[in-house]
Each structure stands twice: as structure tokens, then as C-alpha cells.
Design a protein around this ligand. Structure first.
Ligand SMILES: [Zn+2]
Length: 247
């Protein structure tokens, strides 16, 4: 089985309320959630997982004052360039879900095959007004990459040997986790069904979920999904994996 070197770039922070991060959390507590973007390079492929947020989309959602981005270092395309990845080098782009802090630069990688779950695509086609974290830009960006899109159906799919997506739902209609085989074992990028390590290690479910039962079912699966489990937006991630390297 191919072993990938899994790395990440830092691209800023997004705000999240305590009650959205965790069930029963404090709604008056707002924490800054880091937005890290994972990538892996081989001789032939560059795989990117999500694309962070775009400032224009943050403005549309009215959260431009609440997000942070240190420029130029945390500009996603600049940060990728610093680690030797040009937009046209990306061959595979996995979208865990279409919230604004994941879909921002989706249309910047013209040579990439884009992978998204059918349930997420169906959901954003008829977004209810109460949907937090989406905007019309989610739909527009998906439309711009239609020709590049491989739609994922069902529970699991292999993207490349040693890289797999697993349907989670819950946090969003078509949320997916990504499992990457590395020399330290299988790393599961849990996505936003686990914003924080508390969900993985203390079994506290997230607050922001379309379907709490799916979020709970996904938590049950975690031990089988990976040897190393990585939450979606936890500042502790940088303490455990400093210097841009996961495994
Ligand atoms: Zn999300």
C-alpha cells in the first residue's frame, strides 16, 4: 500500500460559538477555529483536501471582521506556493463539504479532479435559509468545477490507492472524512463532525449538525477509521503536529 507524507498549511481562523462546537457548549463563548488545509505530494500526484475560505465569501456571509488571515503567509495559494505546490499541479481535490471555510478556493485548481459527495451536492442545490456556513458562492463554485467533478456515492470510495473517503453526513448532508495511509499508520481527517479533540477523545458530539444521529454514528466508527484521528478546527492540532507535518 502506498504510504503518503501528509502535510498541511495554515490559512487563518474562523469564529465558532461554543454551542456549535459542542452539544451543550456555551453560546456566549466564541472561539477562533484554525483552518488548516491538508495536502500530499508524490512523484505523480498532488492531493489537496479542502481549500479554506475566500475573503469575498466571508464578506457575503458578514463574517469578514470575525475571520483572521495573516497575509501573505496564510493566503491559501501563497502558502501552497511556499511548499512547492502551484495551483495547476494539483491532480486530486477532495471536498469534505461545501461550507464557506472549505470551498473558498475550490475553483482555483484547473487540472484537479474534484471529489464531493452526491448528498452534499443535492443539499446545496436547494439550501434552506437556516443553513449555517453556506452561501450562494458554494453553489457557484461547485458549478464552475462541474466538468472536473467526480461524484461520490455511498459509504466509501478510493480516491487513490491508500487514500479513501468515508461518508459521515451529520455536520452537513454530504460530509466526508478522508483516510490517508502514511508511514505512521492510517490518518483519519475527521472533518467537521469532530471540530475539536474533545469530540474524538471525550466523546462530546458537535453542536452544528444537520443530523445528530449521523454525527453520533460517525463517532462510533472513529476507532476503526484511523490510527491517528485529526479534528477539523482545533488549535491543539498545531501543538501535536508542529511544522506543517502530520505523518
Ligand atoms: Zn463545516
Amino acid at each position: 500500500m502506498t504510504e503518503y507524507e501528509l502535510r498541511y498549511i495554515k490559512t487563518g481562523t474562523v469564529p465558532s460559538r461554543g454551542d456549535l462546537l459542542l452539544q451543550g457548549g456555551d453560546p456566549s463563548e466564541v472561539r477562533a477555529g484554525p483552518v488548516y488545509v491538508f495536502y500530499t505530494k508524490t512523484a505523480k500526484e498532488v492531493v489537496l483536501i479542502d481549500t479554506s475560505f475566500h475573503m469575498d465569501d466571508a464578506k457575503i456571509l458578514g463574517v469578514e471582521k470575525d475571520v483572521t488571515r495573516k497575509l501573505p503567509d496564510e493566503d491559501p495559494l501563497y502558502a501552497l506556493k511556499q511548499v512547492g505546490v502551484e495551483p495547476e499541479d494539483v491532480t486530486h481535490l477532495i471536498l469534505t463539504h461545501a461550507h464557506f471555510d472549505h470551498v473558498g478556493y475550490l475553483d482555483a485548481f484547473s487540472n484537479a479532479k474534484v471529489f464531493a459527495h452526491q448528498k452534499e451536492l443535492a443539499w446545496i442545490a436547494g439550501l434552506p435559509a437556516w443553513s449555517i456556513g453556506y452561501g450562494s458562492f458554494s453553489v457557484e463554485k461547485i458549478e464552475r468545477v462541474r466538468a472536473q467533478m467526480t461524484v461520490i456515492y455511498g459509504e466509501r470510495a478510493q480516491i487513490l490507492p491508500g487514500i479513501e473517503v468515508v461518508y459521515a453526513g451529520g455536520h452537513s448532508a454530504g460530509s466526508m472524512a478522508v483516510v490517508v495511509n502514511t508511514k505512521k499508520g492510517r490518518v483519519c481527517l475527521c472533518g467537521d463532525n469532530c471540530f475539536l479533540y474533545e469530540t474524538i477523545e471525550e466523546h462530546l458530539p458537535i453542536g452544528l449538525t444537520n443530523n445528530l444521529y449521523e454525527s453520533l454514528a460517525f463517532m462510533e466508527k472513529l476507532p476503526a477509521l484511523g490510527d491517528i484521528l485529526i479534528p477539523g478546527h482545533d488549535p491543539l492540532f498545531f501543538d501535536r503536529f508542529p511544522n506543517g507535518v502530520v505523518a
